[in-house]
Design a protein around this ligand. Structure first.
Ligand code: ASP
Ligand code: MG
Length: 412
C-alpha cells in the first residue's frame, strides 16, 4: 500500500469537533487506498499552558522533566484521534514517540531525530491497521528519557516519518490554505503560491514565516519529501494548498517569490574597537557562548586602526548580549568606546531562486524603499535572498512596497 503522512496542527485538533473533522479527511485518504500515518500536535494553546506550568513550578527547571510535561499534550490528541477513527470503523491506533520508537539525541527541549525504525508500525499495517496516529514533537533519548524537538516540532516529526516510510507525500494541515507571497495580514494583495522550492521555503521559514518549522523544511529538502501545506478547515483535494518541492518541478517562477519579515530585531554597535586580527573572534565568541543568535554582521572601514562593529539579534536577547560583551570587556578581551543599541528595528527580506540568474534585484529593492522614504540600516545578502534592517514602524509599509515592486500579486 502507498503510504501518506498527514499532519494536523494545534488549531486543526483544537476541540473534539475539529478532531472529528480531521479524522474525516484521514478516512477519505484510507478510502482512496492509502495506509496513513497521522501526526498530531497538541490542542492549540495546550503546549503554552504546559510550558507555563513548568516555569511556575521551577524557574530553573530540569529539562528532562520539562520534556516529560510539555510532550503530554500530543499524547491526548493522538489517543482522541485514534478513538475518533475507530468510531468511524477505521482500524487505527495511537503511538507515543517511545513506542515507535522515535529515537533522538538527548538535547532536551531541542532534541534531534536520530532514527525511526519502521518495524513496529509496518508490522501493524501488515496486520490490518490502516492508520497509525503518532504523537508529534516527542521522542526518546538513548538514556530512555522522553525528549521534545523544539517548538513547532510536530512538522519535523511528520517530515521525518514521510522520509522513513517513503511516503508518497507529507500533507501538513493547518489554519491557512497554503504558503503566501507574504503575510496576508499585512497586504490583501498577498497571493497563494501553487508551488515553492525547498530552498525558498527554507529562507522564508527561517526569516519569520511561521507556517513550517525550519528544521522540517531542511529535512524535506535533504530527503526530497514532497511537502504540501493546506487548510484543515476547507474541502481539499490533490490540487489544494501549496506544494513545497524540488526546484526542477517548478517550471515558471519569478525572480522573487516572497517577502518575509521578522518584527523584533535589535541592532547593536560597538563603537571604536581595535581593527586587528582576532577582534571579530573576541567579540562573537562570548556572544555565541551566551547563546545569542547573531544574524547580520557589519564591520565598517577603519580609521586610525579603529573600526565600528555592528550586529543584529532578536530583541529579547539584547540584555544577555550586553552582559556578555561587558563581561568580556572587563576581562580585557577587547575594548570599545561605547555600545549603542537600537531596539526598534525589524528585518524585511525578499527571497527567490531566480536571483541566482538575475541581476538588479537589490537595486530594485532599494529603489522601492527609497520611494517610501524608508532608511536602510543594515543590508545582508545570500544567493537567493536580500535582507534589510529598517525601523520597525515602517515594517508593514516596506513589505507592501516590496510586494508591489516585484509584482507578487500576479502569477508568473
Ligand atoms: N505542540 C508543540 C508546540 O506547540 C509542537 C507542535 O505543535 O508542533 O510547539
Ligand atoms: Mg506549527
Amino acid at each position: 500500500m502507498p503510504i501518506l503522512v498527514m499532519k494536523f496542527g494545534g488549531t486543526s485538533v483544537a476541540d473534539l469537533d475539529r478532531i472529528h473533522n480531521a479524522a474525516e479527511k484521514v478516512r477519505r485518504e484510507v478510502d482512496r487506498g492509502y495506509d496513513v500515518i497521522v501526526i498530531v500536535s497538541a490542542m492549540s494553546g495546550k503546549t503554552n499552558e504546559l510550558v507555563g506550568w513548568v516555569g511556575e513550578t521551577s524557574p530553573l527547571f530540569d529539562a528532562r522533566e520539562y520534556d516529560a510535561v510539555v510532550s503530554s499534550g500530543e499524547n491526548v490528541t493522538a489517543g482522541l484521534m485514534a478513538l475518533t477513527l475507530q468510531e468511524m470503523d477505521v482500524p487505527a491506533r495511537s503511538w507515543q514517540g517511545w513506542q515507535v520508537p522515535l529515537k533522538t539525541t538527548s538535547a532536551h527541549s531541542s532534541a534531534r531525530i536520530l532514527e525511526i525504525p519502521r518495524a513496529n508500525i509496518d508490522q501493524k499495517f501488515g496486520e490490518g491497521m490502516k492508520v497509525a496516529v503518532v504523537a508529534g514533537f516527542q521522542g526518546i533519548s538513548e538514556e530512555g528519557r522522553i525528549t521534545t524537538l523544539g517548538r513547532g516540532g510536530s512538522d519535523t516529526t511528520a517530515v521525518a516519518f514521510a522520509a522513513a516510510f517513503d511516503a508518497e507525500r507529507c500533507d501538513i494541515y493547518t489554519d491557512v490554505d497554503g504558503i503566501y507571497t507574504t503575510d496576508p495580514r499585512i497586504t490583501g494583495k498577498a497571493r497563494k503560491l501553487e508551488k515553492i522550492a525547498f530552498e525558498e521555503m527554507l529562507e522564508l521559514a527561517s526569516l519569520g514565516a511561521k507556517v513550517l518549522q525550519t528544521r522540517s523544511v531542511e529535512l524535506a529538502m535533504r530527503y526530497k519529501v514532497r511537502l504540501r501545506v493546506l487548510s484543515s478547515f476547507e474541502e481539499t483535494d490533490e490540487t489544494s494548498g501549496t506544494l513545497v518541492c524540488d526546484e526542477e518541478e517548478i517550471m515558471e517562477s519569478k525572480v522573487v517569490s516572497g517577502v518575509a519579515y521578522s518584527r523584533d530585531e535589535a541592532k547593536m554597535t560597538l563603537l571604536s574597537v581595535a581593527d586587528r586580527p582576532g577582534i571579530a573572534a573576541a567579540i562573537f565568541g562570548p556572544l555565541a557562548q551566551s547563546g545569542i543568535n547573531v544574524d547580520m554582521i557589519v564591520q565598517n572601514v577603519s580609521a586610525d586602526g579603529r573600526t565600528d562593529m555592528t550586529f543584529s539579534c532578536p530583541v529579547d536577547q539584547v540584555l544577555r548580549a550586553e552582559r556578555a560583551l561587558m563581561e568580556a570587556k572587563e576581562r580585557g578581551e577587547f575594548n570599545f568606546a561605547e555600545l549603542v543599541q537600537d531596539t526598534e528595528t525589524c528585518k524585511v527580506s525578499v527571497v527567490g531562486i531566480g536571483m541566482r540568474s538575475h541581476a538588479g534585484v537589490a537595486a530594485k529593492m532599494f529603489e522601492a524603499l527609497k520611494a517610501e522614504n524608508i532608511n536602510i540600516k543594515v543590508i545582508s545578502t545570500s544567493e537567493i535572498k536580500i535582507s534589510v534592517l529598517i525601523d520597525r514602524k515602517y515594517m508593514e509599509l516596506a513589505v507592501q512596497a516590496l510586494h508591489d515592486a516585484f509584482g507578487l500579486d500576479k502569477a508568473a
